[in-house]
Design a protein around this ligand. Structure first.
Ligand SMILES: NC(=O)c1ccc[n+]([C@@H]2O[C@H](COP(=O)([O-])OP(=O)(O)OC[C@H]3O[C@@H](n4cnc5c(N)ncnc54)[C@H](O)[C@@H]3O)[C@@H](O)[C@H]2O)c1
Ligand SMILES: O=C(O)C(=O)C[C@@H](O)[C@H](O)[C@H](O)COP(=O)(O)O
Ligand SMILES: [Zn+2]
Length: 341
């Protein structure tokens, strides 16, 4: 008997697409694509122990693991491989993996032949609840995360919960960092829900925000809660020994608690709201301890280049009306809160 599958729709007119969440939905990918495409490039990583069974012509392209794979040099290498394979604009790219694969594969799809269709087949919790939805695709520069990218929506998203069986615990926890973020956008408590409900509810929240503000002109920036500092921590962590490195979701959890402290010190929220932030992160088992090794000067420089910034330090902060984008946050205040540790 096939188990329950939930379908969430991202409504964007003729670029609308479905997100399928459930056990075994990998088996549905073939049916979804055969009617429309006859040649497919599957972009994935060696470490991902899941395969697709496709009845159309296809080839698997392996990309490197880790955040450093999100680079322009990987894009160039992959595009050359796709050209040699004979992939054309009417064919399909499948990005099968976590957020690194969907950001990179999505960006390649956005630019190869000036735009090729792609679907995301998510195999990490983080990709299922966040990265595979909404069409933000990008690679990194030394100067900042996701600084070269495009908004390019997938044609569909498959979240097979079975694939999470092989995901290392720490990577699972990273996904919880993004899941916790939604509790501050909607005030909902998702902790007690089943995995199917958690993933599909996060997908619904993200789909709804993206449908309202695809290119981050306004409300979409709330999905960036915790990310201004989170991205700076994540970037600095690449230069640390392996056991000190932090994943995207782990850095976001620290960034969320920091944003709550900043909002508290700025007089935007009271102590109970600050405590609620910590309680939510605790309920997901997420640590929000500021790393001892953070270089505050470098973090400030990095945060000034954040994509939400229009020249000055900009954060998503909680306040009397909930989360909002706050510009011109004084550097001295950010410095003070960062040095509290
Ligand atoms: N575009 C967006 O909207 C968006 C949203 C959130 C995060 N992101 C990006 O996503 C990236 C992080 O993604 P992530 O947390 O999925 O990390 P990831 O893609 O690096 O995957 C984590 C690790 O798990 C391995 N893996 C993946 N699936 C597996 C499975 N089923 N079994 C065993 N191993 C598996 C991967 O090979 C990798 O080593 C960051 O670059 C972040 O910036 C993008
Ligand atoms: O989809 C969005 O919008 C988000 O901000 C989701 C974030 O979780 C994600 O990490 C995103 O890639 C960050 O975007 P960026 O614009 O700050 O690079
Ligand atoms: Zn994120």
């Amino acid at each position: 008997m096939k188990s329950i599958t939930k379908t969430v729709r991202v409504s964007l007119g003729d670029r609308s697409y479905p997100i399928f969440v459930g056990n075994g939905v990998l088996d549905d990918v073939d049916r979804f694509i055969t009617a429309r495409y006859d040649k497919v490039a599957i972009v994935t990583q060696r470490e991902i122990p899941w395969q697709l069974k496709l009845s159309v012509e296809h080839e698997v392209f392996i990309v490197p693991n880790g955040e450093s794979a999100k680079s322009l040099s990987t894009v160039e290498a992959l595009c050359s491989q796709l050209a040699r394979f004979g992939l054309k604009r009417n064919h399909l790219v499948i990005a099968m993996g976590g957020g690194v694969v969907s950001d990179l594969g999505g960006f390649v799809a956005a630019t190869y032949y000036r735009g090729t269709d792609y679907i995301n087949v998510s195999t990490t919790l983080l990709a299922m609840v966040d990265a595979s939805i909404g069409g933000k695709t990008a690679v990194n520069l030394r100067e900042g995360k996701n600084l070269v990218g495009a908004f390019w929506q997938p044609k569909g998203v498959f979240c097979d919960l079975d694939t999470l069986e092989t995901l290392p615990d720490r990577e699972y926890r990273s996904g919880l960092g993004e899941m916790a973020k939604y509790s501050f956008i909607t005030d909902e408590d998702l902790v007690g829900l089943s995995l199917l409900e958690q993933v599909s509810r996060c997908a619904e929240i993200k789909a709804e925000v993206v449908a309202e503000d695809e290119r981050e002109g306004g409300r979409r920036a709330l999905l960036n809660y915790g990310h201004t500092l989170g991205h700076a921590i994540e970037a600095q962590s690449f230069h640390r020994p392996k056991d000190e490195r932090l994943s995207h979701g782990e850095a976001v959890a620290i960034g969320v608690e920091f944003a709550a402290r900043l909002a508290y010190v700025a007089g935007r929220i009271g102590e109970s709201s600050l405590e609620r932030h910590r309680a939510v992160l605790d309920s997901y088992g997420l640590s929000y301890k500021m790393p001892e090794w953070i270089d505050i000067d470098k973090a400030l420089e990095f945060m000034a280049r954040d994509k939400k910034s229009q020249g000055s330090l900009t954060f998503v902060l909680d306040g009397p009306n909930g989360l909002e984008v706050v510009r011109d946050v004084p550097e001295s205040l950010v410095w003070e809160v960062l040095s509290e540790r």
